[in-house]
Design a protein around this ligand. Structure first.
Ligand code: PLP
Length: 365
C-alpha cells in the first residue's frame, strides 16, 4: 500500500536530533515558557519574515486568539463581519464564531480553491471589518490583491496559514502578508510537532504583546491579569522538537514540489482534473488535490490498486450540523468542490517509484 502520509517514516529521518531535543528538555527541569519556546519563536519569525512569533497550543487557538486580541484592542466588535472562503476547513469558521463575529462565506476561486478577491469585494457590507484568507492545500491565496482590498476598505487581514508553511509570492512568505497569521503544527502539517502546537506571526508590537498575555491567563506578569485570558501555551518539549523539524522544512518542501511536478506532468486522464499551479514558490503542496466527477469510482480504483487517498473535505462548513442554525444557504461551487475533490498521497515520505506508481494507477482508471 502506498500510504497517504507516513509520519513515522518522516520523523525517523531526524530521530537522533529529536531524541537529543527531548533529553535537553527533560534535563533542563523547565517545561513551560522557557528557552526552547523563545528560541523557536525567534527562529520561526525569522523563517516567515515577521517581527514576532507567539507560540500557542494549536492552530485553532492561533486564529481564535488573534481575533480575540483585536477585540481587546477595539479593532473588532461582536457582530462585525469577517469574509472567509466557504470551502475552508471548519477551524477557520470556528475561530470567527467563537468570538461572536459573523462569518460571511465567500465562494472560492474555481481554480486555486482560495478566496477570490473579486467575489470578496462583492461580499463587502458596511459591517465588514476583516478578511480571513486561507492558504488551502498549501497554496498562498492571492495576497497582493487581498492586501490591496483590505487596505482600500480599512479591513484587518488574517491569514490561516495552517497548511502553507514556507509558501511565498515574490519572496514574501505565508505569515508575512497579513496583519497577522495563524499557523498549526498539528503532526500531519508540513511543519508538524509530535503533538498539538500552533503559533501566530505578526509585525504588530501591540498585538504580539496582547497575544502573549492572552495565551497565559491574560497575564504578562505573574498574578496580574489584564485580560480574561486562556491557557494556550506551546510547551518546551514541542518547541524543542519543532526547532529540529524547522531545519528540515525546506528540504521536505522541495521533495513535495518534486512529487507534485511529476504528478502534474504524468497524470493524464479525461476524468481527473489536476490542481492549478500559478507559480512554483506559491505552493508547498500540503495536499495534492485532484477533482473528478467520478470520485467514488476513482477512489475505489486507487484503493484496489494499493494507493491510499483521502478527501479534504467531504462536507463544507455550512452543511455541518454545528451550523444548522444558519438555516438553508447554498454555495453551489463549494458544494461541487466537496463532491469532487480527492487527495493523492503527498509528502516527503514518498519515493520516486511510489509517485510513478500513483501516476500509472491513476492513468489506468
Ligand atoms: C489544521 C488546520 C487548522 C487548525 O489547526 P489545529 O492545530 O488542528 O487546531 C486551521 N485551519 C486550517 C486550514 C487547517 O488545515
Amino acid at each position: 500500500m502506498i500510504s497517504f502520509l507516513d509520519l513515522q517514516g518522516i520523523n525517523a529521518g531526524c530521530r537522533d536530533e529529536l531524541l537529543e531535543a527531548c533529553c535537553r528538555v527533560i534535563d533542563s527541569g523547565w517545561y513551560i515558557q522557557g528557552h526552547e519556546l523563545i528560541a523557536f519563536e525567534q527562529e520561526f519569525a525569522a523563517y516567515c519574515g515577521s517581527r514576532h512569533c507567539i507560540g500557542v497550543a494549536n492552530g485553532l487557538d492561533a486564529l481564535t486568539l488573534t481575533l480575540r486580541a483585536w477585540k481587546e484592542m477595539g479593532r473588532l466588535r461582536e457582530g462585525d463581519e469577517v469574509l472567509v472562503p466557504a470551502n475552508t476547513y471548519i477551524a477557520s469558521i470556528l475561530a470567527i464564531t467563537e468570538n461572536r463575529l459573523v462569518p460571511v462565506l465567500v465562494e472560492p476561486d474555481e481554480h486555486s480553491y482560495n478566496l477570490c478577491p473579486e467575489k470578496a469585494r462583492a461580499a463587502l457590507t458596511g459591517r465588514t471589518r476583516a478578511i480571513l484568507a486561507v492558504h488551502l492545500y498549501g497554496q498562498l491565496a492571492d495576497m497582493p490583491a487581498l492586501s490591496a482590498l483590505a487596505d482600500t476598505h480599512n479591513l484587518l487581514l488574517l491569514e490561516d496559514a495552517a497548511q502553507a508553511h514556507g509558501a511565498s509570492i515574490d519572496g514574501c512568505k505565508a505569515g508575512s502578508w497579513g496583519d497577522a497569521a495563524g499557523f498549526s503544527f498539528y503532526p500531519g502539517k508540513n511543519l508538524g510537532a509530535l503533538g498539538d502546537a500552533g503559533a501566530i506571526t505578526t509585525d504588530d508590537d501591540e498585538l504580539a504583546n496582547i497575544l502573549r498575555a492572552l495565551r497565559n491567563y491574560g497575564s504578562h506578569e505573574k498574578y496580574r491579569n489584564l485580560y480574561q485570558g486562556v491557557n494556550s501555551r506551546l510547551d518546551e518539549m514541542q518547541a524543542a522538537l519543532l526547532r529540529v523539524k524547522l531545519r528540515y522544512l525546506d528540504v521536505q518542501t522541495a521533495l513535495r514540489r518534486e512529487h507534485a511536478r511529476k504528478y502534474l506532468e504524468g497524470i493524464r486522464h479525461p476524468d481527473v482534473q489536476l490542481p492549478h499551479l500559478v507559480r512554483e514558490d506559491q505552493h508547498v503542496w500540503h495536499l495534492f488535490v485532484v477533482r473528478s466527477g467520478q470520485r467514488a469510482a476513482l477512489q475505489r480504483h486507487l484503493t484496489e490498486h494499493g494507493v491510499q487517498t483521502l478527501i479534504h473535505y467531504p462536507v463544507p462548513p455550512h452543511q455541518q450540523p454545528a451550523y444548522a442554525g444558519w438555516g438553508a444557504c447554498s454555495f453551489p461551487l463549494t458544494e461541487r468542490i466537496h463532491d469532487e475533490v480527492l487527495s493523492l498521497p503527498m509528502g516527503p515520505h514518498l519515493s520516486a517509484d511510489q509517485v510513478d506508481t500513483v501516476i500509472r494507477v491513476t492513468n489506468a482508471f
